[in-house]
Design a protein around this ligand. Structure first.
Ligand SMILES: [Zn+2]
Length: 203
């Protein structure tokens, strides 16, 4: 089952995060443009995430709250965003390529929450005492994200170009991860085996 994305814009969130220099009508325009753009590729993206991760989608819908670009928070995924459904709070950038690859990254986190990614069989993410390593969770997301971008848009697309600019210059979470991602892209060939097969014990 491939879930449907439920895009939502809440007035209170818009007011909360709209920066003072930004006009509401510009945010409306950007968010509409992004939603229209993503609706066209949504099914392919979600299918491709499952294909490379090997983690199965299990819920029918993904709630997504669209908010303006702001400096207070990063785009993020919550395991229970709305009524038990994992979902995404997604910032909308003027740069649609950036918005797209960040959203794909967040959707890989949703895929983790909808599946058995967080099972204790995942010895890549959990140590022997069952403590989870958030940086390794990020690596899993990033490797799948790059594969999905290449699958959908080909090698060296504008999306991948901006992805690396973002990783090298703009990403503030997980410092230095931009150097680790290429190492794991070589280590895990997701066209050969799924991420799940690489990281889950007895998968
Ligand atoms: Zn992440």
């Amino acid at each position: 089952m491939i879930p449907k994305i439920n895009y939502q814009i809440h007035e209170i969130l818009t007011d909360l995060f709209l920066p003072p220099f930004k006009k509401k009508k510009d945010f409306d325009k950007e968010s509409k443009k992004f939603i229209q753009h993503f609706k066209k590729i949504e099914k392919e993206v979600l299918t491709s995430i499952e294909k490379f991760s090997g983690f199965r989608w299990s819920k029918r819908t993904i709630p997504v709250y669209i908010i303006p670009q702001n400096k207070s928070i990063t785009s993020l995924t919550k395991s229970n965003l709305n009524k038990g459904f994992p979902g995404v709070v997604q910032k909308v950038y003027e740069n649609i390529e950036r918005c797209t690859h960040i959203f794909i990254h967040e959707l890989t986190h949703v895929n983790q929450f909808q599946s058995d990614f967080y099972s204790k069989k995942n010895l890549f993410v959990f140590n022997k005492r069952g403590v989870k390593n958030t940086r390794k969770i990020e690596l899993c997301s990033d490797v799948v994200c790059v594969q999905v971008i290449r699958d959908l848009f080909g090698n060296k697309s504008i999306y991948e170009k901006d992805y690396w600019i973002f990783q090298n210059k703009i990403r503030t979470s997980s410092p230095g991860i931009e150097k680790e991602i290429p190492i794991y892209l070589k280590k895990w060939d997701l066209n050969e085996k799924t991420l799940r097969e690489y990281i889950l014990k007895s998968a």
